[in-house]
Structures are given as C-alpha cells and as structure tokens.
Design a protein around this ligand. Structure first.
Ligand code: FAD
Length: 372
C-alpha cells in the first residue's frame, strides 16, 4: 500500500510542517483544522533549535530565522528586585506567528480547511476514514494526527486510555505590548532574559515580536511566564472558565474567571520582585497552561501516524516543542519518499522518531524536577 492521498488532522505548526513538506514532495495532502478564526496572532516567541533552522532552510525561508528579538544577557533577580547575577548569553526568540504564516503560505488555500473539527478516525485494509463534526467523512491512504496535546487521533493509535499526565504545576502567561509596560519595569526587564526563582516556582520574561511579527522597538511585546504549583483539585478550579466549564489543558486570554485572575495578581504582589509584579499587573487578560508529560507507546497503527505534541508532550523548559514537530515532519516526509510501501515507511518513521520523542520528554522531566 502506498500513500498518495494524505489527510493531516490539526493545522498548527506541526500539521503545517508535515503538510507543506509532503505537498512539495508531490503527495495529495489536505489539512483539517478545527479552529475557525485561524491561529495567527496567538503565538509568541520560540527558541529555535537546529531542526527549526533545518526546516526553514528546506523551505527557502532562511530570512525567517533572522526575524526575532535578541536578549543579549540573562539576569537573575532577588525578592527586592536587585540583580544578583548576570550572564552574557545572547538568545534570540523567533516569532511563532511569522513561522506559522510562512508555512501557511506554502500551502494552497484549498488544502487548508479551517473550522472543521474531526470527531473520529477509523481504518480498514483499504483506507483510513476521517469523520467530521459536521457529519462528513473523508478517506485517505494515510492520516497524520497533528492535533496536539488533547489529540483525538491518538486514541486510534495508542488506545483510548493513553493520556497526558498532569505534572503538578501550570504556567500563567502574559503578552504585554511594550508601550503598556510601566517605565521602571521596562527599564529593568527589556532587552534581557530575566528570571526570579523562589521555592517551587519561578517567573521569567523576555521581549518577543508584536502580534504582526514586528520586531522594531515600540512594537514588540513583553512575554512573561510564571510557573506555579497547583494540586489536581486546585487545577480543576483555576481551569474552570468564565462559562463554568472545566477545561482539560489550558485557558486562552479572556477565558480565566476574574476571581482567579485576581487571586493570581494578589499572589504576585506578595511574592514577586516589583518589576515582575508590574509586568503581571500590566496584562489585562493573562492566560493559563497546565503542564503535562506524555509519551506515546506507539507512533503508528496501520494507516495512522502521530506527529508533534499528539505523540510526545514535553515540558516547556525544553523549548523543543516546535523543533520536535519539525524533526517529525522531515523524518516522515523522508520515509514516505524513500519507501513506496506505507507500512515499511511508517515503521522507519517510528524507528527514527520514537526514541527522540521519549528522550525529550525525559529531559523536560529532569529540568522540571525543582518544580514538580
Ligand atoms: C495558537 C498556538 C500558539 C502557540 N505558540 C507557541 C509559541 O509561541 N512558542 C512555542 O514554542 N510554542 C507555541 N505553541 C506550541 C507549539 O506550537 C507546539 O508545542 C508544537 O509546535 C507542536 O505543535 P503541534 O502542531 O504538534 O500541536 P499544537 O500546536 O497543539 O496544534 C494542534 C492543532 O490541532 C488542532 N486540533 C486539535 N484537535 C482537533 C480536531 N479534533 N480536529 C481538527 N483540529 C484539531 C488544534 O486546534 C491545533 O491547531 C503554540 C501552539 C498554538 C496552537
């Protein structure tokens, strides 16, 4: 069996990487993404690892690797806001949105279907079927599950009970337009990668591109990320959104209940140095991601393959989510080109990427030991 017609479930960065590479390699690929409004404008910065540079080079987008905001040094603060350590360690954050937009443009519009949620994936000897919330079904030789941490496709590969494990902490995050940052906080935090560590928690922050990808002074945003511990019961509370619905993984800007935001701001006042406290207060709509570990026991079952966060969810300390998705996409494309036989190609893909995914998840667990 070969893989002429391919359906990718999930049109974020992992799904787009796979779809664009396979489209360019001559496969008949369509992406189905459940989000209606598109994903642009919602990402922030990402630290590029070598897989990201490799996929950019392949796509002819070397210039995107230069669209970033560089923090020339790292600083560590104490509770009083004094800088207790400085490291000359330049780090560039690429723009997630520019990356997303660049790859999205490589795919003809008719091959990227937004606003269409997949509710089930089935397969038989002849084809895999993708079943949509609108009642439609489409058939393909290969289905790629690039549907992220809450992957539905995962159930068809790893079984219905293979789920991410909550690790005991969550991140609060803000993206403040630089003009909205109080002067004193901006003076201390801008042009730096800043950290404040406390027992069982830390906060960090850096400048990233504006929502439109702009990296010029005045148009950037300050991105802060505050790691806080929550028991499972507490997590249930904070992840209950403004409509009273308990969400499994995260809440987008504007979805966190006001009293939960207030409690977080009050805690910021109690425990953070002034500059970070002001950065937290300057964000009117902070958002929340609970942190999970997941390593799939299998990346492939028959005509269905997992990629990116659907297969392995690594903690954000690794900064490897996008690089892992890029590595998966390149390996899958290479395997499908090298082998006409789909079973052989998918076995080669899994053979190359499963151990990489597992080791990145384990690396994240080591990095998170002080928090979890
Ligand atoms: C909006 C957004 C912004 C992000 N910003 C950053 C960032 O700034 N920096 C960074 O390092 N990482 C960011 N990430 C995370 C990073 O992109 C991922 O860790 C990594 O790229 C792996 O991505 P993925 O494509 O495997 O999964 P995800 O990025 O989680 O994407 C999964 C996609 O599948 C779609 N989907 C889920 N279920 C279904 C379904 N049933 N039917 C159809 N579609 C479905 C989702 O809507 C989503 O678009 C962001 C992710 C998102 C979605």
């Amino acid at each position: 069996m070969n893989a002429k017609r391919i359906i990718v479930v999930g049109g974020s960065i992992g799904g787009l990487f796979a779809a664009t590479l396979l489209h360019r390699a001559g496969f008949d690929v369509t992406v189905h993404e459940r989000s209606i409004h598109g994903l642009e404008g919602r990402g922030a910065g990402l630290v590029a690892q070598h897989e990201v540079f490799a996929i950019l080079r392949e796509a002819g987008f070397e210039h995107v690797a230069r669209i970033g905001v560089t923090a020339p040094e790292r600083i560590y603060l104490d509770r009083a806001g004094e800088i207790i350590e400085r490291q000359h360690m330049p780090q560039t954050q690429l723009s997630w949105d520019v990356l997303f937009r660049s790859f999205r443009e490589l795919l003809p519009d008719e091959r990227y279907v937004g606003g269409r949620a997949v509710v089930a994936v089935t397969q038989d000897a002849e084809a895999a079927g993708v079943h949509f919330a609108d009642g439609g079904v489409e058939w393909a030789d290969l289905v790629i599950g690039a549907d992220g941490i809450g992957s539905l496709v995962r159930g068809a590969v790893a079984g219905p009970h293979s789920c991410p494990d909550y690790v005991g902490y969550a991140t609060w995050r803000g993206l403040v337009p630089e003009a909205d940052m109080p002067r004193a906080a901006a003076d201390q935090l801008f042009e730096r990668f800043a950290f404040y560590q406390m027992p069982g928690s830390h906060i960090l922050g850096y400048l990233v591109a504006g929502a439109d990808g702009a990296t010029t002074v005045g148009r950037r945003r300050y991105n802060w990320v505050w790691y806080r511990r929550y028991t499972s019961d507490e997590l249930g509370e904070v992840l209950t959104d403004i409509d009273g619905r308990r969400r499994p993984y995260s809440l987008a800007p504007g979805r966190v209940r006001p009293e939960v935001v207030e409690a977080m701001r009050a805690a910021a006042g109690d425990v953070l140095p002034a500059s970070f406290r002001e950065a937290v207060r300057a964000e009117p709509r902070p958002f929340l991601h609970a942190i999970f570990d997941y390593a799939t026991p299998r990346m492939v079952a028959g005509r269905i393959a997992l990629l990116g966060d659907a297969a392995f969810v690594a903690r954000p300390h690794t900064a490897m989510g996008v690089a892992k998705a890029a590595g998966d996409a390149m390996a899958l494309r290479d395997a499908l080109i090298a082998q006409d036989d789909l079973t052989t190609a998918l076995a080669a893909y899994e053979g190359e990427r499963a151990s990489v995914g597992r080791s990145i998840v384990a690396y994240g667990q080591r990095l998170g030991r002080s928090l979890g």
